[in-house]
Design a protein around this ligand. Sequence first.
Ligand SMILES: Cc1cc2nc3c(=O)[nH]c(=O)nc-3n(C[C@H](O)[C@H](O)[C@H](O)COP(=O)(O)OP(=O)(O)OC[C@H]3O[C@@H](n4cnc5c(N)ncnc54)[C@H](O)[C@@H]3O)c2cc1C
Length: 347
Amino acid sequence: MDLDFLESMVGEAVEESPYRGIWVVAEKEGEALAPVVLEMLGKARQLSDSLGVYVKAVFLGESTEELRQELVSNGADVVYVTDDPRLSAYNTEIYSKVLGDLIEEGKPEIVLLGATSTGRDLAPRLAQRLGTALFTNCLNLEIDEMQRQLLATYPVYGGEYFQTSVCPKARPQMATVLPGAFRPPLADPSRTGEVETIAVEINDLEVRSKVLKVVSEEARPEVPLDKAKMVVSGGRGMGDAESFALVEELAEVLGGQVGGSRGAVDEGWIDEEKRVGLGGTQIAPDLYVACGIAGAIQHYAGILDSKFVVAINRDPNATIFQVADVGIVGDVHEVLPALIKELKETV
Ligand SMILES: Cc1cc2nc3c(=O)[nH]c(=O)nc-3n(C[C@H](O)[C@H](O)[C@H](O)COP(=O)(O)OP(=O)(O)OC[C@H]3O[C@@H](n4cnc5c(N)ncnc54)[C@H](O)[C@@H]3O)c2cc1C
């Protein structure tokens, strides 16, 4: 916002803050950028338009030309990279030191990190180092243009409520963003931006831990849940692991992915990585089928962006029916085999 205009509104001289711009901390998932990075860039662009500032991405690992361009294509005006091999694997101490120094020098007013295992580890350290506040697991971010304040909305009380907070005094304003909270932007490969290689100063004595081995997860679903067009999820109502196979069969017939509620994860029928919901993956499929799932708020928070929801539950008062486009009151052990048979005959 124009300072003169702001002064005329406030009626007194306004001191211009040295903090300007929005930074997104980028990270990879496997060989590609983590989807949440693109989602944050899209949101950062919207916020930067309100503030009239640049969006900058910081990537500390080993970067390629494609990766740098992808950050630019998705909204970064500037990309900071390093070419220091000591940063190729994530290390809390090194990353918080390098990023902390960079942020102190560059003075962004907002810093966003993904609520990934790396982001959840790094962000609190960084906030503590910078002497600022951190809003975690944000599901929405808005701007109060008058005050140049970030309005961060995140779940509280186990997801029963949402709270919106501001950080009025300390800068930068920091937030971690839940994967799937925002839609990724439409990439524009013709977009141009600057790439700056930053010098890294690390005193080896400051680093007390080192990464010995990186163990990658094996059983990743072929299509990540947050990208799947169809997701069939099972809950505790499936009864046992044998019956849960019906969920997998329906997903296969539909050509979709298998997910589940925390109930199913707790029962050991599916892996944690397939959990749909607030503490799992936030999904946005064209079709979501919930089988034997109650529809707790924490589960619902993960399916808000689904285009069409079908729920199967034997309890006609199950909460899931309140958010379903089509509700089938019945026993999953009867409804699912019938549905699978019908689909196999017609598809
Ligand atoms: C901080 C926090 C984070 C959480 N994050 C998540 C999350 O990410 N994802 C998530 O899912 N949950 C999450 N939860 C847990 C959530 O509150 C619920 O406890 C969980 O979603 C319940 O799973 P469920 O619906 O499978 O099981 P239940 O609550 O046990 O419901 C089972 C349902 O199946 C129906 N049913 C039973 N038998 C049959 C049958 N034969 N045929 C048809 N229907 C049947 C029942 O009527 C019932 O509605 C979280 C909780 C907290 C506190």
